[in-house]
Write a protein that binds this ligand. Structure first.
Ligand code: S3P
Ligand code: PEP
Length: 411
């Protein structure tokens, strides 16, 4: 009956770092995620002149409502899209010249809807190489605010960046979205802004963000629900039971809804006030499921799909093609390596039941989620290996050790 302590949420840690940096005093983050993405975010803040004190269990940030403490900085965002998309918005509210670059992987990922919206708001911003991609330089002189239109159909992170920026502008922001994916991540943003003293209102597709800045606070970070999906899937796949404390009815993260997918497939799920338990029943049914809201868990489902008794079809996940890799094709390629029949379309993948081969090397594509997802399949397909197991450092450096412990506990 393993109880698994999952590390903190990447999304919540990144937002908390932004909010803490922008707030009017010292904020303490309790149990932040320590991983490449969030260390990279904190490092970016340090480059911008913020003080970030780090002990293993708490991080402290001295907020600066007036913006970065330096007038020039060079920030390397590594692979983290939250860093690469949220920090330029924070910098725009300050005064200085701030250059942002990122890894090859992150340089390939799109940014244009956000940089276009920032320019529409009067921010001077220049792309160095390719329009709409890193590296970029922000010539910041504060942001007046006002109305702006945004297409967040490829990534909700563009909207989160603007929402977080809103209270730092002189007039506040009215952001009208023409399209929006990953809606639950926007709900996380709004809930966390409330915790830092800002209430955003909605008028249809328009988000109205008041000016006035953020209030410092002490903020406890939830365990990461996307990370938990590998452990829940392991229980469903093996007929074991996994309990994750800290993720229950009041959880902020939409990805906890992955357990509803497992329930539809036949697993037994119990959601308590502050914990969730999944128990495999020996039954894993096929299904058709729309994962637009929870697309980080698409690879988790794809990797266990061959073990279902019928086809698994995952729909409305076009934007998984612009994540750390093209996740639809990466899942398809690895399932084919395992000898499983699979088809993909522009925004879907369909996986047939099969008996995955043993001794297969999984192609990681430098994507933590591909590795962690196929590690779950490895509970039933012996001898799975990875060409780049270390890429889990993006969100969960200790994944392989924790997962080996779970494997031993599940027997
Ligand atoms: O705002 C966030 O913290 C995130 C939003 C989602 O991205 P998209 O909005 O690009 O789908 C998610 O996939 C990513 O891992 C984290
Ligand atoms: C897509 C992801 O990360 P990000 O967009 O924050 O880089 C992810 O963690 O699956």
């Amino acid at each position: 009956m393993p109880v698994v302590d999952i590390p903190g949420s990447k999304s919540i840690t990144a937002r908390a770092l932004f909010l803490a940096a922008a707030a009017d005093g010292v904020t303490t983050l309790v149990r932040p995620l320590r991983s490449d993405d969030t260390e990279g975010f904190a490092e970016g803040l340090v480059r911008l002149g913020y003080r970030v004190g780090r002990t293993p269990d708490t991080w402290q940030v001295d907020g600066r409502p007036e913006g970065p403490a330096v007038t020039e900085a060079d920030v390397y965002c590594r692979d983290g899209a939250t860093t690469a998309r949220f920090l330029p918005a924070l910098a725009a509210a300050g005064h200085g010249t701030y250059r942002f670059d990122a890894s090859e992987q992150m340089r390939r990922r799109p940014l244009l809807p956000l940089t276009r919206a920032l320019r529409d708001l009067g921010v001077k911003l220049r792309h160095e190489e390719k329009e709409g991609h890193h590296p970029l330089t922000v010539e910041a002189a504060g942001v007046e605010g006002g109305e702006v239109t945004l297409d967040a159909g490829l990534s909700s992170q563009y909207l989160t960046a603007l929402l977080l920026l809103g209270p730092l502008t002189r007039q506040g922001l009215r952001i009208t979205v023409t399209d929006l994916v990953s809606v639950p991540y926007v709900e996380i943003t709004l809930a966390m802004m409330r915790a830092f003293g800002v209430r955003v209102s909605r008028e249809g597709d328009t988000f109205v963000v008041p000016p006035g800045g953020y209030r410092a606070t002490t903020y406890a970070i939830e365990p990461d629900a996307s990370t938990a999906s590998y452990f829940f899937a392991a229980a469903a796949l093996t007929g074991g039971e996994v309990t994750v404390p800290g993720l229950g009815e009041g959880a902020l993260q939409g990805d906890l809804a992955f357990v509803d997918v497992l329930r539809r497939m036949g697993a037994h799920v119990e959601t308590g006030a502050d914990r969730t338990t999944v128990r495999g029943t020996g039954e894993l049914r096929g299904l058709t499921v729309n994962m637009r809201d929870i697309s980080d868990t698409m690879p988790t489902l794809a990797a266990i799909a061959p073990y279902a008794s019928g086809p698994v079809r995952i729909e409305d996940v076009a934007n998984t093609r612009v994540k750390e890799c093209d996740r639809l094709e990466a899942c398809a390629e690895n399932l084919r390596r395992l000898g499983v029949a699979v088809e993909t379309g522009p925004d879907w993948i369909e996986i047939q039941p099969g008996t995955p081969a043993s001794g297969v090397e999984i192609k990681s594509y430098g994507d933590h989620r591909i590795v962690m997802s196929f590690a779950v399949a490895g509970l039933r397909a012996p001898g799975i290996s990875f060409d780049d197991p270390g890429c889990v450092r993006k969100t969960f450096p200790g994944f392989h050790e924790e997962f080996a412990a779970l494997r031993a506990a599940l027997g």
